[in-house]
Design a protein around this ligand. Sequence first.
Ligand code: NAP
Ligand code: GLV
Length: 306
Amino acid sequence: MNITFCCAETKSEPWLVGLRAALPAAQVDLWQPGAPPADHAVVWAPPQQFFDEQPQLKGVFNIGAGVDALLKLRLPPQAVVVRLDDAGMSVQMAEYVCHAVIRHFREFDAYEAAMRAGQWSYRKPRRRADFAVGVMGLGVLGERVARALQMFEFPVNGWSRSAKSIDGVRSFCGAEQFNDFLAATQVLVNLLPLTPETRDIMNRETLSQLQPGGYVINVARGAHLVDEDLIALIDSGHLSGATLDVFRTEPLPSDHPFWQHPQITLTPHTSARTLREESIAQIAGKILALEQGYCVAGIVDPVRGY
Ligand code: NAP
Ligand code: GLV
């Protein structure tokens, strides 16, 4: 069995070593133009040329959860596309989102500024019941986040395409329940995949429906959010701020207004990193399972887009 590795912005050698150790019977090579045909590919943001030269692939393993960039390419029609299925990401996402929600709810930025100014002062405790957190997307990551938030006794709403039954989570589904979900939400967390249906989903009209003083946490994709609409709603006072981990253009251009906005907290697409060891173990296991004719979790539906 031949496996080809083509991952932009990734140090290839440790991945090749790890894949060879996990699949000792396979030939694992770094892809180069003109490389021989492989059975399976391990990829992140490959060029179109890669698929044009590998039309026989059976499996394409994305070393991330989101496949929006991959699905823009022309893929071999018979190849199954497999996304990372947690592989150590959901716990990172849960800690990132809980941190952002708690930092906002407990006003830790204000405390930090006051202490730096030498002021020993208290702020009035806020009512947890007034801080319903709404998680858009209740998949592998969103469900873990929704469960983690409940540990801190925030009211939790969830919105997904199909109805869910998660203990303690008020579930909304489909376009028809989206407005009710927004109206019931104070802190909006985005964990949707980027698809034609979800692009620009956080815009002036939708974000205006959040409860006054609402807060936005975007950890999915930058193109879910209309940047200028977020800024306008924060500046008008309807929203109180945002924590953003993902951006339309990454790295975030140096002249983007997000950099200087005092109510916006930024991180560089780091909320849930791909962990090499966990990912290699998962991908190797799935390659072997597929080769033996078994079904595996995390197969992407190209029509749905996730
Ligand atoms: P997932 O398991 O595929 O879950 C996607 C969820 O979104 C599902 O609950 C799905 O509903 C829901 N959904 C999809 N389209 C919808 C629509 N039109 N309306 C309502 N709900 C919709 O994905 P995941 O593993 O949780 O990952 C989510 C996203 O997080 C990824 O696609 C990626 O963009 C992002 N991500 C970011 C980072 C980072 O570091 N910032 C890291 C990893 C992933 P159903 O359950 O009904 O299908
Ligand atoms: C990261 O953004 C991923 O999709 O895994």
